[in-house]
Design a protein around this ligand. Structure first.
Ligand SMILES: Cc1ncc(COP(=O)(O)O)c(C=O)c1O
Length: 358
């Protein structure tokens, strides 16, 4: 799918999607979805009632094999997966340790779980260590982080988090929403890329970003997945994914696993893009990935920046509080393997012009 959107009759280069490998609209996925739709438009029931078809189970086995875990479980979306996992795993009397920039779905899950919430400073393992020390009497402890952060494009110190989780007998849950497909030899995510796959208890990944379809999965040991099947409300009390989506994701998984060239090209072009922005004197925060924020600070300036980009043919959406902390409004630019070099050059010129104008 070309990374272009239409706005009021104008075509804009889309630098605001999560279609990191350019797979949304891939012909093989579309064909698989059409084929899948022949099994019915909807799954008609929740999984535990009558909504589990053999294709769904096959996809879960394929996801587990790809992730290198004993089992995997499909969810309706990444929001539901994060929310569901946290509320199923911890409760009153437990302690959850959450990076201060974690996604809203993690925040909501922590809040509704009833566990005591300890927010550690963004990517600050030292602060996490202090908080873990001081929560000695909690029955269960769980550390939760994104691997690639959605609004900053920086990465969590996963090795340090895994060491701390081990030392304090805490579970480690990692949301790979923005790393799945992009990191890892077969797109398994950042934990696998860093050889830490076995040290993460549960991984969450979405199927609506690099996979280009919809839905989400949770992967881990069978015992954890069995627990979720029986206790996780956003799994139990909701209609299963439709057959077309399941078939589409199966096709997408094959493509993702084999997409090393796309991954390499995306990552090297993102690196160049970031360095070109830095050369313009722009602040890309701690980004080291395909998500490249341009920090502008004030909300009004972010809106003006985004409007200037649009005038110059680029969609780069302004992200403001409460999605990001006060005073850190930004343009969140995300690169995909589908962008051409020309499009990225055009985007860089548009950003340069917008920075002058805004
Ligand atoms: C880090 C993170 N986790 C989870 C989600 C939710 O995923 P989904 O869009 O599949 O609900 C998002 C979505 O933007 C996200 O950025």
């Amino acid at each position: 799918m070309a990374p272009v959107v239409e706005r009021e009759g104008r075509r804009l280069i889309n630098l605001s999607s999560n279609n990191y490998l350019g797979l949304a609209g891939h012909l093989a996925i579309e064909a698989a979805m059409s084929e899948g739709a022949r099994r019915g438009a909807g799954s008609t029931a929740s999984r535990l009632v009558a909504g589990t078809d053999p294709e769904t189970l096959a996809l879960e086995q394929e996801l587990a094999a790809w992730k290198g875990t004993e089992a995997a479980l499909l969810f309706g979306s990444g929001y539901l997966a994060n929310f569901g996992v946290l509320t199923a795993l911890v409760g009153r009397g437990d302690a959850v340790f959450s990076d201060s920039l974690n996604h809203a779905s993690i925040i909501d899950g922590c809040r509704l779980s009833g566990a005591t919430i300890h927010r550690y400073r963004h990517c600050d393992a030292g602060h996490l260590a202090m908080l873990l020390e001081s929560a000695g009497d909690a029955s269960r402890k769980l550390v939760v982080t994104e691997s690639v952060f959605s609004m900053d494009g920086d990465v969590a110190p996963l090795a340090e988090l895994a060491d701390l989780a081990d030392r304090h007998d805490a579970a480690l849950v990692v949301d790979e929403a923005h790393a799945a497909g992009v990191f890892g030899p077969r797109g398994e995510g950042l934990a696998r890329e860093l050889d830490l796959g076995d040290r993460v208890d549960l991984t969450i990944g979405t199927l609506g970003k690099a996979f280009g379809v919809y839905g989400a999965y949770v992967a881990g040991a069978q015992v954890w997945i069995d627990w979720l099947v029986n206790t996780c409300r956003p799994f139990v009390f909701t209609t299963a994914l439709p057959p077309a989506v399941v078939s589409g994701v199966r096709a997408a998984l094959e493509l993702v696993a084999e997409a090393s060239e796309l991954r390499d090209s995306l990552r090297s072009r993102a690196q160049l893009f970031r360095s070109r922005l830095a050369a313009l004197g722009l602040d890309t925060a701690g980004s080291t990935t395909q998500i490249v924020p341009v920090l502008v600070g004030a909300n009004e300036r972010a809106l003006a920046f985004s409007e200037a980009l649009e005038r110059n043919g680029v969609l780069g959406v302004a992200i403001r509080p409460p999605t990001v902390p006060e005073g850190t409004a930004r343009i969140r630019l995300s690169l995909t393997a589908a962008h051409t070099d020309d499009q990225l050059e055009q985007a860089l010129s548009a950003v340069e012009a917008a920075a002058r104008a805004a």
